[in-house]
Design a protein around this ligand. Sequence first.
Ligand SMILES: Nc1nc2c(ncn2[C@@H]2O[C@H](COP(=O)(O)OP(=O)(O)OP(=O)(O)O)[C@@H](O)[C@H]2O)c(=O)[nH]1
Ligand SMILES: [Mg+2]
Length: 233
Amino acid sequence: MSEQPRLVQVRQRVLKRNDVAAGMLRERFQEAGTFVVSLVSSPGAGKTAFLERVLRGLNGPFRVGAFVGDLATDNDARRLARSGAPVKQIVTGTVCHLDADMVTSALEGWRLDDFDFLFLENVGNLVCPASFDLGEALRLVLFSVTEGEDKPLKYPTIFNTADVAVVTKTDMAAAADFDARLAYQSIQAVRPGMEIFEASAKTGEGVGEFLEFLRERRSASRTEASGGALQST
Ligand SMILES: Nc1nc2c(ncn2[C@@H]2O[C@H](COP(=O)(O)OP(=O)(O)OP(=O)(O)O)[C@@H](O)[C@H]2O)c(=O)[nH]1
Ligand SMILES: [Mg+2]
């Protein structure tokens, strides 16, 4: 078929262009000392609920902000804004993922120097966001106890391209007959050694441990950026 190679070429061009834009973003984030974290998951896995908790937990001691991508509506931005952090909605229309150009445009009017942490909630989708680098320092994949323990095996790329997994909605684990051992096995099969957190945005359980991890990762990245000198915040 003549169509196939052309489609592949276009896709490669799009990804290459995105990689260049993401590389520029990563440099800007590093220069500003902004630790950027993206969140990916299936629709409804609990990104916004978890992120609202995270923003509330960091806002104050840290300067935090968030962008949130959705095909339509600004519902999530309004929910996240309840944390008191500045939030911007990116409406993607028909596009099933954020890309680096969208993040670059959303940054217009924001001074990166004003942020210690910037969070990027991607569109809920276990396929499209995997290939698009956003210049983030850390990518979280969230996976709720109601989704089925085999999801990492069925959608390996999204787990492979993430740094850390968060099992969400743990308050519902018993009701959902969630088999944690099986879920962990599935994650480790596609991404050996991946660090996994558990949290409930409903009860707040597990969120503190994750916040501690984020603070440590940010300080480690600052120490690395300064060539090993100690950082105080
Ligand atoms: N019981 C329980 N429900 C949760 C938890 N986290 C999220 N939910 C519920 O799950 C539903 C989806 O949560 P969202 O936070 O909107 O999920 P999302 O991943 O941001 O969804 P999209 O942005 O549409 O992909 C909502 O009804 C939440 O109230 C949790 O920890 N426990
Ligand atoms: Mg959401």
